[in-house]
Design a protein around this ligand. Structure first.
Ligand code: FPP
Length: 244
């Protein structure tokens, strides 16, 4: 059922965590957890569309994940390519536009081709922008932003004094999307793990003990309802916010 009320988050970001523990709980290999996690990705997309969320960012692979056993990394990359092949048509039908956030240069040629393919195939989607964070980390993004601004200063395009928050935002890899309103992290961990550190400055945080493969549409709705009960003050008083 669609959630009522107009206070729906425009942008939801999710740290999908607990695939490995979920698999262990079922006496299976870690990759089994990731494979089942794909169904939860479908659930999150469906629930976003149903509730009128416009942007959904999923942390699918961090720059630190390269340190996992090679066979798990390989299996994750393969799963990503397979999911792209399997889901592309349905995503187009649903009006979902897929965009990629992260450093693609370290990905294999095959993965890079799949990422470009899904972006091209879904570019007309207007209902929901699904942002896949792959080989992403905030520190990578912030370092890259500093390099780009320094280059522009060195080239005389901008002065150091003119650099303000808008300059920083414009040089982030996320420049074309609004900041998340709601961040969900599954599996009971309560940390940000190098994810969207600048962008989450005023985001509402929601933590659940549910492992990602068990994250259903109903669980997503629960997170949205929790968000609807929050008061976002952005550093102001309640009275000031009400008068705005
Ligand atoms: C975290 O669980 C999950 C990941 C690092 C990968 C997420 C990938 C998917 C859900 C599948 C493919 C994605 C898309 C977008 C099609 P974990 O392995 O860290 O779990 P643990 O903390 O229990 O070990």
């Amino acid at each position: 059922m669609e959630i009522s009320g107009n206070n729906i988050p425009r942008h939801v970001a999710i740290i999908m965590d607990g695939n490995g523990r979920w698999a262990e709980k079922h006496g299976k290999e870690r990759i089994f957890g990731h494979m089942n996690g794909v169904e939860s990705v479908r659930n999150a997309v469906r629930a976003s569309l149903k509730n009128g969320v416009r942007y959904l960012t999923l942390y699918a692979f961090s720059t630190e994940n390269w340190g996992r056993p090679a066979e798990e990394v390989e299996a994750l990359m393969e799963l990503l390519c397979q999911s792209i092949e399997n889901e592309s048509k349905e995503l187009c039908k649903q009006g979902v536009r897929v965009e990629i956030l992260g450093d693609r240069s370290r990905m294999s040629e095959k993965v890079q081709e799949h990422l470009s393919l899904i972006e091209t195939q879904t570019r007309k989607g207007e209902k929901l922008t699904l942002i896949l964070a792959i080989n992403y980390s905030s520190r990578w993004e912030i370092t890259r932003m500093a390099q780009h601004i320094a280059q522009e200063v060195a080239q005389g395009k901008i002065t150091p004094e003119s650099v303000d928050q808008q300059t920083v935002i414009a040089h982030m890899a996320t420049a074309s999307w609004p900041d998340p309103d709601l961040l969900i992290r599954t599996s009971g961990e309560r940390r940000l793990s190098n994810f969207l550190l600048w962008q989450l400055a005023y985001t509402e945080l929601y933590f659940t003990d549910i492992y990602w493969p068990d994250f259903t549409e109903a669980e997503y709705d629960k997170a949205i309802r929790s968000y609807q009960g929050r008061e976002r003050r952005y550093g102001l008083t309640t009275k000031q916010r009400r008068e705005k």
